[in-house]
Ligand binder design. Sequence first.
Ligand code: AMP
Ligand code: GLY
Length: 430
Amino acid sequence: MEKINVLLIGSGGRESAIAWKLSRSELLDTLYIAPGNPGTEPYGTNISLDTDDFVTVEKKVKELGIELVIVGPEQPLVDGIEDTLSEKGIPVFGPSAAAAQLEGSKSFAKEFMKQYGIPTADYQTFEIDQFDKASEYIKQKNRYPVVLKADGLAGGKGVFICENQQEVEKRLSQLSEDENLKSAAATLVVEEFMEGEEASVFVISDGESFRVIHNAQDHKRIGEGDTGLNTGGMGAYAPAPLVTDSLKQRIDDEITRPTIEGMKASGHPYKGILYIGLMMTEDGPKVVEYNCRFGDPECQVILPPLKNDLLKLMISATRGEIDTEPELVIHSDYFCTVVLASGGYPGPYKKGLEISGADQMDDRALLFHAGTANKDGKLVTNGGRVLNVVGRGKTLKQAIDHAYTNVEKVTFKDCYYRRDIGKKGLKKLA
Ligand code: AMP
Ligand code: GLY
């Protein structure tokens, strides 16, 4: 393979980790990141580009001689960036809009899993004008908690676990009235609650074959002990001790392979990164959700241990040749990332607060930027999730300790982080 110019779309901690990994590839000529963040500058050239406008993206790609577009977040994929650009002969690493429906429409994903016998929670769908029927259905079943999910993308805000009928009524009203949720909730998925612990598995696929990259565990809630509001993710570690070798085999056989084969059979082969969110229940692993991209912050802990050349894997997957790649080699070390967030997140928060200590990481830690900006020569906060400190160690305990030792070096006003990232994993290992 020859060296190529690459455009990476996105600006979060996930894209910082992808940019870092791509910059270590022997196949990379120039990396452009649109828009990137101050933390991606050492790995490539940040460019400003309206990535929602695919005609503008196409123009830029031609102007810069870009030979592969890698898409970090889900929205452009669900909106059809792969379809639009590949029609013009521009290779894109990421699924087509139809395949991205695995994340873009929860009812599509549920129907798909039912059709191909992939284990997941039982469910029923209702259109927005049938919410009274939904309420009646839940009342009849009389099994709580029950899970309500808006069908479409809702930035993690469209899922409600309801403990009783009163809460169901409240959430149904919210789903039909909230301006930000209404369109995502045009269809509602009512799902059985699954008891168990969660982990996710990340797979790279070319539509026919796949390679499992790694597994990880996220911490979605804002508060310690998994309390409070849902966020994009406050920390993660990899691997998750919960995912034993025998479970890995079951996940491959019962979930991953049937998913890739099912998507191919349905006429929408899945190319790109597939994120499979799993619940380890008494009856075995079941799918909670699919995402059509790397997780954020899971990406920050699964790419550092990957020894293979990520760009080579992405090129092979885009060309439909992932089966020509050797088995992936994953370093046996543990990695743990702690998200440093702006006080107030996931609610309103301040921006523009000066950050210090970002250059103080030791050699057992990596720092990936997310919501940061350069202002008057200073690094400042510019988002809810600001920085990711990744610690590494021979044991999970060491990885956690190295993460927190380095977290303490970074300061900005009202900085908030969870102090219990990885604790669940330690319990599992005890
Ligand atoms: P989702 O966006 O579908 O992943 O849902 C967000 C979060 O809600 C998941 O990570 C789980 O913690 C929780 N959740 C979703 N569906 C279920 C379910 N059927 N049973 C238990 N928890 C669930
Ligand atoms: N960390 C969860 C996600 O990326 O969806």
